[in-house]
Design a protein around this ligand. Sequence first.
Ligand code: PMT
Length: 219
Amino acid sequence: MKILITAGPTREPLDPVRFLSNRSSGRMGYALAKAFALRKDHVLLISGPTTLPIPDHVDYIPVESAQEMYDEVAHHLNQMDVAIFCAAVADYTPATIADQKIKKSEDTITITLKKTPDILGSARSLMNFGGYLVGFAAETENLEANARRKLETKLCDMIIANDVSQVVIGFDSHENEVLIVEAAENTALPRDSKEHLARHIAEIIMLRSRQKNDPAARS
Ligand code: PMT
């Protein structure tokens, strides 16, 4: 099976030396890439900047901004059987990028932000992806309800929700705890290392994608 995985943060440039970003370490997405590669699946990892080593036997495309990640996903998505969007993509980017380093002059400055393209939200509609589509949901409240809304509005087969208000799981931690939300059921995976969780998540995704292609396999 061919699996596309996005991981890590994006960097949205303000000027030649500054950017807006977030605390994603890339660990969850890289653990998923490793888990699928160990299963001998063909993995394409499209990643924002991290300090992690690239997992063995994984094709790797580095990107910086949300727009660059969008362009690479759009280019490769339709060759894939499964797509998993684990990256913490910036929702907004500076409306303009200064040509020169912004000087310290005023006491306050205002930066205007504009929306980035919604990569996951474009997978079905603009990119016409027909494979098994998995999004993540980073939530600080109403985990299940917000994940289910993303499942429906972004036409996903599965949303993997994590509560990022807890510092010991989610962003930049070694462990996570997730709620897998599908149309017919929820599955809670308790707190564990991202590596162990990734192996479990990979098994569930492969089972579900096979069942989607062959509904008789459900019974
Ligand atoms: O990298 P780690 O430190 O290991 O942390 C892991 C994680 C917390 C980043 C990961 O588990 C996670 O939750 N990733 C999704 C983070 C996120 O941006 O969630 P969201 O609820 O804001 O976005 C929903 C979905 O839309 C995600 O699949 C996201 O990749 C996608 N998205 C969001 C914005 C955008 N412009 N394009 C997108 O594709």
